[in-house]
Design a protein around this ligand. Structure first.
Ligand code: X8Z
Ligand code: ZN
Length: 605
C-alpha cells in the first residue's frame, strides 16, 4: 500500500508496511513522549535502516517469484519475517511522537510508519511470513491437469477463455482453474487470523480497517467514497451489461444466457469476468466498426516481447521521460520460461530504491498484453521519478495513483497513435469510433464493479463478518449483486473461488484498481488539455507532448510526500477522485448503448 517502506513490487506491496529487515533484534523502544529532535533522529535512522536492508529482501522475493521452489519460498519467508519485525518495531517506537509538534514532513512519516501490522511473537511472525510466501508460490505453481500428462497453466486457460466460443470448452477451462484454489484455502484462513492479530496489535479493528486507513482520511470515509463513486458510474455499467446480455444471447442462446438475472461467468472472455475486451468481436457494432485487431498485427509482425516493451518505452520517452536503464532489459523477465514455475502475474519492481527497476511478465503478443506493458511501465516511471525522495516517501500518492499512471498512458494508444508508430496500416476511420469506444468500455467500464467488490469481500473476511465456511457464498453474492455475473456451476462444498484471483492469494489490496480506473480518466483529461488538445477525449493521444509529460512527471516526483489530494491537484486541478471524467469520456457510447438496448428490447418482444 502507499506507505510500503521498502519498495515491494507494486503488485506485491502487501497490505502492510513491510519494512526492510533488520538482522539483529532492535533495542527495546524508548518510553515516554519524544522530542522533535529525537523524532528527526529516529526518522533518519529508520529510513537508513530500511534503505540498507530493503535491497536484500527484494532480491529474495524476486528470485522466489522467478524460481518457485521450497528453498526460495523459505528464503523470502526469512526476509519477510525480518521485515515485519523491523516495521513493527519502528511503528511501535514512532508512537512516542504522536501528538508532538513536528514539521509536516516528519509528522507525515510518523503517520505512515504506523500503517502496518505488528506481531510481537517471533513464531507468529514466522508463520505469517511463511504463509504469505507459500500462498504466492501455490498460486504461481497451480495447474489444471485434465489428464496426468496434460497440464495447463493459467496463461493457457486464459487464452482459451479469450478465444473459444464453445461454452463447453469455456466451462472446462473456467472450472479447471477454479478447482485449484481450495488446496490453499486453509493456508489463507490461518493467514487472515494472523494478519488480523497484527492489525489489532497496532490498534486497528482488523486488517481491512488498516487497509482503508491508507488514504489520508478515516477508514469509514474511504468506504463511503468508494460507494459514492460506484453509484455515480453504475448507470453506465448497467447499459453495458444490458447490451452484453443481448449480444451474448445471440451467440450462446437463451439456455446459456437468461433474459434476466446474472449471466454465467465463463462467457465474458476472462477468467474472472473482470474485463470483457476479448468478447468485443461478439459485441461489436454491426456496421461502421473497424475490424482492426492489434493482436493480429503483433502476431503477423512477429513482434517479440522485448519489442513490445520498447514500444512502451518510446511512448514514455516521447513525453520527455528518461530511457530505461540498460539493466532493466538485462534483468527483467519478459517471457514465460519453459522449464520452471514462475509467478506470471505481471508486476513491476524497484529493487534498490534507485535505478534497479525491472518488470516480470509472461508476455504474449496480444492487444491486452500491449496495454499491460504500458501499465507496468507506469509503475517503473513512477519509481524512477521519486527515486530522490527519502525512503518513506518513495511510493505512490496513494496506491490507486500507482496503478493509474500506466493506464493513463495506455488511454493514449488510439488508432492515430498506432498509425503513427507503424502498428496500423489503414487510416483511422472516424466513423468507426463507436467500436473503439466500445472496446475500451469492455476493458474499463466492465472492470468497475469487479474492482469495487473484491475488497468488499475481503473487508468482510477480515472483519469476521464472513466466515471461512461462507467464503464462496459471500464472493458470489457480491459478484451477482455488483457485476450481474454468476458461478456457472454449483458451488463446491469447501470452495475458495476468491483464491483463484491472484491478489487474494497473494494478499494484495484491490481497491487501488477501482480508484485507478477513475483516476486514469481524470489524468487523461488533464494531460490532453495540457497538450493543447481540444477534441473528443477518446481520440486524444498525448504521445510526443513534452508539456503533458512534464506535468505528469512533476506529480510523480512527489511520491507520497504530500497527502494525495495535493498531488491530484498538481496534475489535474481537482482534489477528489471522481467518476465524472470517465463518464465524459464514454458519453457518446452511453447514448449509443441506450439506443441499441431500446432496439434490442423491441426486437426481443
Ligand atoms: O494486477 C494488475 C496489474 C499488476 S499491478 C497487471 N491489474 C489488476 C488485475 O490484473 O487484476 C491491472 C488491472 C487489475
Ligand atoms: Zn499495477
Amino acid at each position: 500500500m502507499n506507505k510500503t517502506i521498502i519498495k515491494k513490487p507494486m503488485v506485491l506491496a502487501l497490505g502492510l508496511a513491510l519494512a526492510a529487515g533488520v538482522a539483529h533484534a532492535a533495542p527495546a523502544p524508548k518510553k515516554g513522549k519524544g522530542t522533535p529532535v529525537e523524532a528527526k533522529k529516529f526518522i533518519a535512522q529508520t529510513e537508513e535502516k530500511f534503505d540498507k536492508l530493503g535491497n536484500d529482501a527484494n532480491k529474495a522475493a524476486w528470485v522466489a517469484q522467478n524460481f518457485i521452489t521450497d528453498d526460495t519460498e523459505a528464503l523470502t519467508a526469512y526476509f519477510g519475517e525480518q521485515q515485519l519485525d523491523a516495521s513493527g518495531q519502528a511503528a511501535l517506537e514512532s508512537r512516542r511522537f504522536n501528538g508532538v509538534k513536528l514539521a509536516d514532513d516528519e509528522a507525515r512519516k510518523i503517520k505512515l510508519l504506523q500503517l502496518t501490522l505488528m506481531l510481537p511473537d517471533p513464531k507468529e511472525r514466522q508463520a505469517y511470513a511463511d504463509a504469505n510466501a507459500k500462498l504466492n508460490g501455490a498460486y504461481g505453481k497451480a495447474k489444471y491437469c485434465p489428464t496426468p500428462d496434460n497440464c495447463k497453466a493459467l496463461g493457457e486457460l486464459e487464452k482459451t477463455l479469450a478465444t473459444s466460443r464453445d461454452p463447453k470448452v469455456l466451462l472446462d477451462a473456467w472450472n479447471g482453474w477454479h478447482m485449484q484454489s481450495p488446496s490453499y484455502k486453509k493456508l489463507y484462513t490461518d493467514y487472515v487470523e494472523l494478519s488480523n492479530k497484527g492489525a489489532r496489535e497496532m490498534g486497528y479493528a482488523d486488517t481491512g480497517a488498516l487497509w482503508r486507513s491508507g488514504y489520508d482520511m478515516k477508514p469509514e470515509e474511504f468506504s463511503a467514497e468508494m460507494e459514492r463513486i460506484w453509484q455515480q458510474v453504475k448507470p453506465l455499467y448497467d447499459s453495458l451489461h444490458t447490451y452484453a446480455r443481448y449480444k451474448l444471447r445471440e451467440t450462446y442462446g437463451p439456455d446459456q444466457v437468461p433474459m434476466t438475472g446474472p449471466i454465467p461467468a465463463h462467457l465474458f472472455g476472462n477468467m474472472w469476468s473482470q474485463s470483457w475486451e476479448n468478447i468485443y468481436p461478439l459485441l461489436m457494432p454491426a456496421t461502421g466498426a473497424s475490424k482492426f485487431d492489434l493482436t493480429n498485427v503483433l502476431e503477423e509482425k512477429k513482434t517479440s516481447a522485448k519489442e513490445m516493451v520498447q514500444y512502451g518505452e518510446r511512448f514514455y520517452t516521447s513525453l520527455g521521460m528518461p530511457k530505461l536503464p540498460e539493466s532493466f532489459y538485462q534483468r527483467s523477465l519478459l517471457e514465460k520460461p519453459r522449464d520452471r514455475d514462475v509467478v506470471c502475474h505481471a508486476s513491476a519492481w524497484q529493487l534498490d530504491g534507485k535505478d534497479d527497476v525491472r518488470i516480470k511478465m509472461c508476455i504474449r503478443p496480444t492487444e491486452e498484453e500491449f496495454a499491460v506493458i504500458h501499465h507496468e511501465l507506469g509503475h517503473i516511471y513512477y519509481d524512477l521519478a521519486y527515486k530522490n525522495q527519502s525512503n518513506l516517501f518513495r511510493t505512490g500518492a496513494n496506491d490507486g495513483f500507482h496503478e493509474a499512471i500506466g493506464d493513463t498512458i495506455a488511454l493514449s494508444i488510439t488508432p492515430s497513435y498506432l498509425k503513427k508508430v507503424g502498428l496500423m496500416n489503414e487510416n483511422p476511420d472516424p466513423n468507426a469510433d463507436i467500436g473503439v469506444l466500445l472496446k475500451r468500455a469492455l476493458a474499463k467500464v466492465a472492470f468497475l464493479p469487479f474492482g469495487y467488490s473484491v475488497d468488499k469481500w475481503r473487508w468482510d473476511v477480515y472483519s469476521g463478518k464472513t466466515k471461512p465456511a461462507d467464503y464462496d457464498k459471500s464472493w458470489w453474492q457480491l459478484r451477482e449483486q455488483y457485476m450481474g455475473v454468476k458461478r456457472p456451476l454449483p458451488m463446491l462444498a469447501d470452495g475458495f473461488d476468491a483464491g483463484a484471483k491472484y491478489h487474494v492469494a497473494a494478499d494484495v489490496p484491490y481497491a487501488r484498481y477501482f480508484l485507478a480506473h477513475l483516476l486514469q480518466f481524470q489524468f487523461h483529461r488533464a494531460l490532453c488539455k495540457e497538450a493543447g488538445y481540444t477534441g473528443p477525449l477518446h481520440q486524444c493521444s498525448i504521445y510526443g507532448s513534452e508539456k503533458a509529460g512534464k506535468k505528469l512527471w512533476t506529480m510523480l516526483e512527489m511520491g507520497t510526500s504530500k497527502p494525495w489530494p495535493e498531488a491530484l491537484k498538481a496534475a489535474t486541478g481537482e482534489d477528489r477522485i471522481d467518476g465524472q471524467a470517465l463518464l465524459d469520456y464514454f458519453a457518446p457510447l452511453k447514448v449509443w448503448l441506450d439506443e441499441q438496448n431500446k432496439q434490442l428490447a423491441a426486437k426481443a418482444k
